[in-house]
Design a protein around this ligand. Structure first.
Ligand code: PLP
Length: 405
């Protein structure tokens, strides 16, 4: 069912040698590599169909517009939104969160109001809310972590007070791998009339997403983490929310009529897409979603779970290695620390062995603070990784111990 050699041959970069060794790319949580199908879609656009969109009557402009709007339909189907109008193209997860913080939440906040996030959030799902809170006199409240890297959901009834005006929580932690069971959080928040934003930056590439089944109010993700280009991402928002929101940025394409006295805004979603957008990004991202759909996200999920189980077993055998994040439900991310060896040294030596991993706080400093560590080494796996590569990673870790131990 899963022809790993054929799949790997779709990704030209996976054939790269690093210091004469075959590349083992295990930094997929930071960004994924791109299949030829994505690369070719962008080449095809530039070679055959490219012009600016929406405003042109000429052939190429109409062709580009059709591809751009087609990409919106692909996104809608991929996350099962009910309408294309609910899909806003943004620069990435970060811009999606900032858009909601500025255009949705800020006008609704009064001093003393609260925004509920969690202790495992990426900085991009912390700072936009902090900025909004600073400007309005609202404050942040935090769902705490448990030692195994799960959220302490038992605290939710106390935290969800009527002052909370929005809950923003990640679907999958980029530093711990934890998969959060967000449906009960959404349900509980909704029972109190509180909207929920889900940060899908990590989950989008690893599990089926159905925004209608989740019933989340907002869902954000980035194209580059699901095998698409950088500089493009998606804000899904329920239609009623988008209709009630002020524009985020002003400029071309987001208007119906402009005079110096008054501007009438365009319909949703265009009201939120000021200026010439990332046309090639949207088309490349749609090609990436088609690629993932072609493999089947459920098939990807189950293969990556096998990789996770095997890698967890292999790494656990290494003396002095401690896995940070041992929740029962995880995506294919393994963060670890090695006794007495700084993660930056770990990453540098692994790189010499051809293994690309990420070291640092992974833009989740509160998580590092919780575990009282400065950083971890993070192995993040994708469907194009193999069991053999996990052995190579384990060997590279042993090499680190040999050199530094
Ligand atoms: N949220 C999570 C959980 C992430 O892992 C990341 C990126 O690592 C982001 C948000 C931010 O994504 P981007 O930098 O693509 O906007």
């Amino acid at each position: 069912m899963f022809d790993i050699n054929r799949i790997r041959s779709d990704f030209p970069i996976l054939g790269t040698k690093v210091y004469g060794k075959s590349l083992v790319y295990a930094d997929n949580a930071a960004s994924t590599q791109k299949p030829s199908q994505v690369i070719d879609s962008i080449k095809d656009l530039y070679s055959n169909h490219y012009a600016n969109i929406h405003r042109g009557v000429h052939h190429l402009s109409q062709k580009s517009t059709a591809l751009y709007e087609g990409a919106r339909g692909t996104v809608k189907d991929f996350i099962n939104a009910s309408k294309v109008e609910e899909i806003v193209f943004v620069r990435g997860t970060t811009e999606g969160v900032n858009l909601v913080a500025s255009s949705y939440l800020e006008p609704r906040l009064d001093p003393g109001d609260e925004i509920l996030i969690s202790e495992m959030e990426h900085h991009s799902n912390i700072i936009p809310w902090q900025l909004t809170a600073e400007r309005t006199g609202a404050k942040l409240k935090i769902i705490p972590l448990l030692e195994n890297g799960e959220l302490d959901i038992s605290k939710l009834p106390d935290l969800l007070t009527p002052q909370v005006k929005l809950v923003a929580v990640t679907h999958m932690s980029n530093s711990l791998g934890t998969l959060n069971d967000i449906s009960p959080i959404i349900e509980r928040a909704h029972n109190m009339g509180i909207p929920v934003l889900v940060d899908g930056a990590q989950s989008i590439a690893h599990m089926p997403i159905d925004v209608q089944a989740l019933d989340c109010d907002f869902f954000v993700f980035s194209g580059h983490k699901i095998y698409g280009p950088t500089g493009i991402g998606v804000l899904y928002a329920k239609e009623d929310h988008l209709l009630s929101m002020k524009p985020y940025q002003g400029g071309g394409d987001m208007i119906m009529n402009v005079s110096f006295e008054k501007t009438e805004y365009n319909d949703i979603p265009y009201k939120f897409e000021a200026g010439t957008p990332n046309i090639e990004g949207t088309i490349g991202m749609a090609a990436a979603l088609d690629y993932v759909s072609g493999l089947g996200i459920e098939v990807i999920d189950s293969y990556e779970q096998e990789l996770l189980v095997y890698a967890t077993e292999r790494f656990s055998e290494i003396e002095g290695l401690q896995i940070i994040g041992t929740a029962p439900r995880k995506g294919s991310i393994i963060s670890f620390v090695l006794d007495g060896i700084h993660p930056h040294d770990v990453g540098t030596i692994m790189d010499m062995e051809g293994v690309a991993v990420r070291t640092g706080h992974h833009c989740t400093q509160p998580v590092m603070d919780y575990y009282n560590i400065p950083a971890t080494t993070r192995v993040s796996l994708s469907f194009y990784n193999t069991m053999g590569e996990i052995d190579e990673i384990a060997k590279a870790i042993s090499k680190v111990k040999e050199l530094m131990g």
